[in-house]
Design a protein around this ligand. Structure first.
Ligand code: ZN
Length: 504
């Protein structure tokens, strides 16, 4: 009998190669493509993605998959081969529901929508983007139709990014977080604030970039299997386990963004670099979900990178690089400044306390648009009302409001909730690690990160996509994904920082 799993692997391997090539083109477009190359890139990318979709949904692959499923019946469900074939089958079942013409139409719609969004954002004019948003919503409504029956239409788009999560789970999660986070943000902002103007002094770009690179080198970012470049928006993209690329940017108004976003992207990259080689050239290579991925970036950026022990180690080094900017600034003052809580318009600049309050309005708008509870033209008012309700502020322009994120323009619907899921998981993993290693603060204070990275690699990274996110988190932490650890973490950290009464 022919080895059907081996045949399946060779078919899928080529599809994974095509997808990697498409990722490499995306990286190139964001990092070094000349502006005139946009048309060439568009054609190349569309062709490669169409080929990958055609091959993945082909009858040949479907038949081979069916035989492979029969072949693994006798294996334990946890065996590597079983998990490999099951993940492939799950992806296949979703992919074949979506017709190729739909994919082409969406690619076309989003490429023009992205250009319109850029112009709308530049001119702060929502009307420019409106017809494109309407088109994208109509496409998403059509997409939902491919996945019926569903408990909730939004389940169809959520499943693409957070497998196993339902709209009701997200609503329950938000319900538990909303009031507590609104209260906490309000209470903190009613307290007197410490000085943080030194964070916005003039810092040399190259010195800051180099410092950030040193930090992520100590985290264990492997430069022989990764690189860092500049782009308009920081991102991490895996071409394969042995080629993981991150980007950064430097904003003179906010020089420390370079450092924190580098730690963030390195968290994503460490995950990708840590996937077991056995999953290379399979659909299992990569992260379990966007939420699990975000748990890694937030863990390194916030739980470690904004902690006091971390800065006990790094602040003297930072001050040596920037002696004039940080002259007379104490460790304590610096730690307070980088953890300042302030309602702001922009999600990517939000602190830990207000971050989820930026996520919620976006998800609520998506659900309302998808279910036709509101029309696209009413989305800006909805947005502003939610910002007022949760953060107490109303954006001064559409650019600083509804037009700030590119997600909808490139067709990403159902994505935003994963940021909050990631925040929750990051704290649950960290609680588990610190319970196992009571000396974790000492370790960080010494600048020793290998034990953290190796633990994450062992319990999480190496598994790639072979487990569903909820199963994975439960296997590691012994508990379901929950809001309580995150809320407790915020209360304790920010209570101490702001001198709030215990439990405040
Ligand atoms: Zn991220």
């Amino acid at each position: 009998m022919a080895d059907d799993v081996a045949t399946l692997n060779s078919l899928v391997g080529e599809i994974v190669d095509l997808r990697s090539a498409a990722s490499l083109l995306d990286w190139d477009a964001a990092v070094c493509m000349p502006p005139g190359g946009v048309g060439v890139y568009g054609n190349n990318s569309a062709t490669i993605r169409r080929l990958a979709h055609d091959r993945f949904t082909s009858t040949q692959l479907g038949e081979c998959l069916e035989r492979a499923l029969r072949q693994i019946e006798s294996l334990p469900p946890d065996a590597e081969l079983s998990r490999l074939v099951k993940v492939t089958a799950r992806d296949y079942d979703r992919a074949v529901r979506v017709p190729a013409e739909y994919i082409a139409e969406q690619a076309m719609a989003t490429s023009t929508a992205y250009q319109a969004w850029k112009e709308a954002r530049e001119r702060s004019d929502f009307a420019i983007f409106l017809p494109h948003l309407e088109k994208i919503i109509a496409l998403k409504q059509q997409y939902v139709g491919f996945f019926q029956p569903l408990d909730h239409p939004y389940d169809a788009v959520l499943e693409d990014y957070e497998p196993g999560f339902r709209t009701s789970d997200i609503e329950t999660m938000f319900g538990a977080l909303r009031e507590r986070q609104v209260d906490l943000a309000r209470t903190i902002q009613n307290h007197p604030r410490s000085e943080d103007a030194f964070l916005r002094a003039s810092y040399d770009e190259q010195v800051m970039v180099n410092f950030a690179r040193e930090v992520i080198s100590t985290f264990g970012f492997d430069w022989s299997r990764g690189r860092q470049d500049k782009s308009a928006h920081p991102f991490a993209t895996p071409i394969g386990t042995d080629d993981v690329r991150i980007t950064t940017r430097f904003d003179e108004r906010n020089p420390f963004e370079t450092l924190f976003s580098t730690m963030h992207e390195a968290g994503h990259a460490l995950y990708e670099q840590g996937v077991a080689p056995v999953w290379e050239r399979t659909v299992v290579r990569g992260g379990a979900s966007l939420g699990v991925h975000e748990s890694q970036s937030r863990l390194w950026e916030n739980l470690i990178g904004r902690s006091l022990p971390f800065w006990e180690h790094f602040f003297p080094l930072l001050r040596r690089r920037f002696p004039s900017q940080l002259q007379g600034v104490s460790l304590e003052a610096f730690y307070h400044a980088i953890n300042r809580v302030k309602s702001s318009f922009i999600r990517v600049e939000a602190d830990e306390v207000t971050y989820n309050l930026h996520v919620m309005p976006r998800v609520e708008i998506e659900i309302a648009l998808l279910t036709k509870a509101i029309a696209a033209k009413d989305a800006p008012d909805f947005w502003n009302a939610k910002m007022k309700e949760y953060l107490g502020i109303v954006p001064d322009s559409p650019t600083h409001g509804i037009l700030q994120d590119m997600h909808w323009s490139i067709g990403l619907f159902g994505y935003f909730a994963t940021y909050t899921v990631g925040n929750l998981i990051s704290v649950q993993l960290w609680e588990k690690f610190t319970a196992e290693r009571p000396d974790s603060s000492e370790m960080i204070r010494r600048g020793e990160f290998a034990p953290i990275r190796e633990w994450l690699r062992t319990v999480l990274h190496r598994h790639g996509r072979s487990y569903q996110p909820r199963e994975l988190v439960e296997n590691i932490t012994g508990s379901a994904i929950s809001t309580k650890p995150y809320l407790d973490y915020l209360s304790i950290k920010y209570g101490a920082l702001c001198g709030l009464p215990a439990g405040g």
